[in-house]
Design a protein around this ligand. Structure first.
Ligand code: GLN
Length: 305
């Protein structure tokens, strides 16, 4: 941990001073109110040692990083049957694209683009009695963090502006790959995206993908070893939409981003790192977040390759 700390501090200062060419997401009106200069980093190692710098204790909207959590719960319920509903191929298209769905008959390319995550939310609605509460309970349990919550303002803000997601959900329903009511699916999807966490919390909740044989406080496994392998693999190949290759090339870790400016990166058997900087590059990924992780894994020689 000591050497990680030194590199984190040094790379943080370096990246903080670089001019950010990104832009804060404003297509969800509530997200535009965030201070663009926030910049936080937190690492949690498999020994549960934690270290953060900058704004690592401020809550932010994790947005698409939540797609890992919804996928995990749906995979737990469905097992391999899940892959009949959603594929595991990189899309090479923006996260909110409608393009491929027509050719693919409503089967989204992967669970980390909006189309895929919306189908995953539909799967969850078929399993959960009180979807929003039950999903939140799941997140609280695996992180041992009862304070986690949605940001209702963000969820409601997206509900009145998320026209593309409405289109995606209806389009997929026309192919029969949405089983529940479109409005209920979207309401649940928007709430999952509105989950708020700090960098510290974010780097803790994903320890189940980092530590072999991870068990919750109750002594329960979250998912199997093989499922863990597969989720990490999809993160590596699809976690950054049409920039997934670039992230693997520059950072070399499974990861996932969100339009709130958060990124989570996992080094299996070593650490889980969260970075937050709200300004996004053209592909919707945090500009400084990617830069920080690239410099960190290069300096510590700690990518999976
Ligand atoms: N809630 C956002 C949306 O659906 C999530 C997108 C993202 O974080 N990439 O547009």
């Amino acid at each position: 941990m000591r050497s990680y700390k030194e590199v984190i501090e040094c790379v943080y200062t370096d990246v903080k001073n670089i001019t950010d060419t990104g832009k804060v997401a404003d297509y969800i009106p509530e997200l535009a109110h965030v201070d663009a200069n926030n910049f936080g980093v937190n690492i949690t190692t498999i020994d549960k040692e934690s270290f953060g710098v900058g704004d690592f204790e401020k809550k932010f909207s994790i947005q698409s990083v939540s797609k890992i959590l919804t996928l995990t719960l749906a995979y737990k319920f469905e097992g391999v049957k899940l892959w009949d509903r959603v594929d595991v191929e990189p899309s090479g298209n923006p996260f909110n694209s409608l393009l491929q769905l027509e050719a693919d008959s409503g089967k989204p390319r992967n669970p980390f683009i909006n189309a895929g995550a919306i189908v995953i939310c539909d799967v969850l609605l078929s399993h959960l009695k009180n979807p929003k509460e039950d999903f939140l309970d799941f997140c609280r349990e695996i992180s041992n963090n009862p304070t986690l919550n949605y940001n209702e303002k963000v969820a409601e803000s997206e509900k009145i502006s998320g026209f593309r997601n409405v289109a995606l959900c209806n389009f997929i329903k026309s192919f029969g790959n949405i089983k529940n009511d479109v409005e209920e699916v979207l309401d649940f999807y928007f709430y999952t995206c509105s989950l708020e966490m700090t960098c510290k919390e974010l780097s803790e909740i994903f320890l189940y993908l980092t530590i072999d044989n991870f068990t919750t406080q109750k002594g329960e496994r979250v998912i199997t070893e093989s499922q863990t392998k597969r989720i990490n693999a999809i993160m590596l190949t699809c976690g950054f939409y049409d920039e997934s290759g670039e992230f693997a090339f520059r950072v070399g870790l499974p990861g996932k981003s969100g339009v709130g400016g958060g990124i989570i990166a996992i080094h299996p058997d070593q650490y889980c790192m969260a970075v937050w900087s709200p300004k996004l590059n053209k592909k919707g990924n945090s500009y400084k977040g990617m830069l920080f992780l690239e410099k960190f894994t290069t300096k510590t020689a700690s990518s999976i390759f």
